[in-house]
Ligand binder design. Structure first.
Ligand code: FE2
Length: 281
């Protein structure tokens, strides 16, 4: 089954939603729930697959997400026809309504954090019902001391909860550049543990002063991320629901927007064809 392919919807790429290779979309909860909006965010557009992306479920917090936030997500998903909802493996706050750190931070990879995360995911999944919930791996700023590797934490989280994995291929690549974590080994461990997958692809840049790879969503997807994407498709055959490019800055030309999503689809198609050849032989 060919995954849906497309972009995280932004004002800059909305004019190109007619692109044939763009048949799935990820919409941002904060944009789609803008209080000044009078129509659903996707009014006038049609996609085969819609997923709602958010960043404040804080699934690694010791406290469960607020019911009001869960309700709002379901309402926005409903009005835009989203069949899936995703958030990150991390925390933005300790208690519902408490101080927000302003960015999703990764938890320490400990048994206690794993227990809290799995409990929260189970609460979220019960609330979302038939809408599949996907959890995304982060690009790290720093690492907290833990008792297991991040890949182990994610694998065990997937096995315990049955949630989907939103594999951000570029985040895995950034962690390899910045922390020496092997992105391919990470993908080889987590993908088989997921029952369903989505993927994110993006491009950042190397900050020459700090020698830090910045996951800026401002550049074309780099060659190594394309290679890892293909690997993840092969490992995740039959269970990849969607692949989305995230581009937030430095918008390309119309040709650039169209070419990059076509590449997402072309690689997915090539991987599927390879599967058919293998089945036939
Ligand atoms: Fe992402």
């Amino acid at each position: 089954m060919l995954p849906a392919t497309g972009y995280a919807m932004r004002d800059a790429n909305r004019p190109y939603a007619d692109e044939r290779a763009w048949n799935g979309v990820e919409i941002d909860f904060q944009m789609a729930s803008d209080p000044l909006r009078i129509e659903p965010y996707l009014t006038g557009l049609s996609f085969d697959y819609v997923s709602l992306h958010t960043l404040d479920l804080s699934i690694a917090s010791p406290h469960a997400p607020a019911r009001s936030y869960l309700d709002a997500l379901v309402m926005v998903a409903e009005e835009n026809g989203a069949v899936a909802i995703s958030d990150h493996l991390g925390f933005t706050h300790g208690t519902p309504g408490g101080a927000n750190v302003g960015h999703v931070m990764a938890p320490p990879c400990t048994e206690a954090a794993l227990d809290a995360t799995c409990r929260n995911i189970e609460i979220i999944q019960r609330h979302f019902g038939d809408r599949k919930f996907y959890v995304e791996n982060l690009a790290h700023f720093f690492l907290m001391h833990g008792t297991m590797a991040e890949a182990t934490f994610i694998r065990r989280m997937l096995e315990r909860t049955g949630c989907g994995l939103l594999l951000d291929v570029t985040n895995a690549y950034a962690n390899e550049r910045n922390f020496g974590h092997n992105a391919e080994a990470f993908i080889r461990e987590v993908v088989p543990a997921a029952d369903r997958l989505q993927m994110h692809l993006a491009g950042g840049f190397l900050d020459a002063r700090t020698a830090w790879y910045v996951d800026s969503h401002s550049e074309p997807v780099p060659a190594e991320v394309w290679r890892l994407y293909r690997l993840a498709l092969e490992l995740g055959r039959g269970k990849v629901d969607a692949a989305f490019i995230e581009r937030d800055w430095n918008a390309p030309t119309e040709g650039g927007w169209r070419a990059e999503v076509r590449q997402v689809r072309r690689i997915a198609r090539e991987t599927e064809r390879m599967e058919l050849v293998e089945v036939a032989s």
